[in-house]
Design a protein around this ligand. Structure first.
Ligand code: FAS
Ligand code: PHB
Length: 389
């Protein structure tokens, strides 16, 4: 056997799983389609649940996060000039960490390099085979040469467009999907954030989010029609539209500047069941996609890794198959709760084409209820900081 666990995908899921398995003495080979530079050029998630922070500590990749990340005690939800503070710390005793996915991925690569882990970039035409045999196999092409590795298990950490999920026969997969009729236009700008905590904005013109990466780097999003293209939006047009959706006093003090990254991400909710097929296990975006409104995508990948890493260590070091046999059922329980929260936040904070006045009134009254009910704020806070593993 070439390795104990073959990991398809060198994004946060694959790298975190590899790091935790290696620390437990289990060998891995990571197969990544892109170059490392390309993986590290992606601008994605910005909020870590505390469970994810603990996972990174357990993996020994927390030093830079502890010194450069920002623990946040809460966030704001707004509807025009109504601003509701959700105080996570007061309501749940917990915080979230503002630290970009790009940095998490870079820290994981550095740690894996330090451990001398095999990470093979620019692989092509990956095929996952023999999942019902004593040993599984993964074939791939590297620089024109066909390769084959044998392993005990395969972790499919290759995201929504990867090969792993599709390795499970279509007739054996049960897929659930909701595609939202809008996207998020996001920019990164070297400007100080407009607020000390995140602001999720509902407005008659649509959703907006004011986030950040650090005291000099802001991340902003606005809801746009799916027909929009990035080139349709000048920086000036973006800033004007963003300000029109923020509470007026926040907009008035906002510092604008040139975008250093600008992109449109589509929004969907998606789950594929089961997460196991013989010796193959799906992890992270390979199994599920959430709209980023609840800041759950990266964090759900981390909890999948938590369950699978524990299951593989038990199976490979103690011969205990319980975790392996229950991984799909256990992980899906938490996945569906995060799916519900992300869908609820998205439907609560976005305008849908053709909606009537009643829909806007419902959004407004949801905010009013949050403003007046500590119970409602606690329910949102518990989901946002992350449900228990
Ligand atoms: P990833 O997609 O990150 O990684 C999969 C890796 O597998 C990639 O490196 C890919 O190159 C590789 N791969 C694919 N096919 C392969 C194959 N056949 N062979 C080998 N390798 C293969 N989440 C949030 O919480 N907040 C956000 O704001 C947010 N914004 C996002 C914006 C965008 C545009 C996208 C696409 C996602 C966003 N997400 C966000 C979700 C995102 O952060 C994911 O949840 C997170 O990247 C999940 O990590 P992985 O499961 O590792 O998948
Ligand atoms: C981000 O900073 O990129 C971010 C923060 C919170 C979200 C989504 C994205 O819900």
């Amino acid at each position: 056997m070439d390795t104990q666990v073959a990991i398809i995908g060198g994004g946060p899921s694959g790298l975190l799983l590899s790091q935790l398995l290696n620390k437990a003495g289990i060998s891995t080979i990571v197969l990544e389609r892109s170059t490392r530079e390309h993986v590290l050029s992606r601008i994605r998630a910005g909020i870590l649940e505390w469970g994810t922070v603990e996972m990174l500590r357990k993996a020994g990749v927390n030093l830079r996060m502890e010194s450069e990340g920002f623990p946040h005690d809460g966030c704001y939800m707004t509807d025009e000039d109504l601003m509701v503070h959700i105080d996570f710390k007061e309501l749940t005793g917990k915080q979230v960490m503002v630290y970009g996915q790009t940095e998490v991925t870079a820290d994981l690569y550095a740690a894996q390099d330090a451990m001398g882990t095999q990470i093979i970039h620019e692989v092509e035409d990956v095929k996952i085979l023999d999942l019902d045999q004593e040993e599984a196999a993964v074939e791939y092409t590297l620089k024109g040469e066909r390769k084959r590795i044998t392993c005990a298990y395969v972790a499919g950490c290759d995201g929504f467009h990867g090969v792993s999920r599709k390795t499970i026969p279509e007739e054996k997969r049960r897929e659930f999907e909701r595609v939202y009729p809008f996207g998020w236009l996001g920019i990164l700008s070297e400007t100080p954030p407009c607020n000390d905590e995140l602001i999720y904005c509902n407005s008659p013109r649509g959703f907006a989010l004011a986030s950040m990466r650090n005291a000099k780097l802001s991340r902003y999003y606005i809801q746009v029609p799916l027909t929009d293209k990035v080139e349709d939006w000048s920086d000036e047009a973006f800033w004007e539209e963003l300000k029109s959706r923020l509470p007026s006093e926040t907009a008035a003090k906002m510092q604008t500047g040139p975008s250093i990254e600008k992109s449109i991400a589509p929004l969907r909710s998606f789950v594929s069941e089961p997460l196991r097929w013989g010796r193959l296990f799906l992890v992270g975006d390979a199994a599920h996609i959430v709209p980023p409104t609840g800041a759950k995508g990266l964090n759900l990948a981390a909890s999948d890794v938590h369950y699978l890493h524990e299951a593989l260590v038990d199976a490979l070091t103690k011969g205990d198959m319980t975790g392996i046999d229950t991984y799909s059922e256990v992980a899906l329980k938490r996945i569906w709760k995060a799916m519900r929260f992300s869908w609820s936040m998205t439907t609560m904070m976005h305008r849908f084409d053709g909606e009537d006045e009643f829909a806007g009134a419902m959004r407004r009254s949801t905010l009013e209820h949050l403003a007046s009910s500590e119970t409602a704020r606690r329910e949102l806070a518990e989901n946002y900081i992350g449900l228990p593993y």
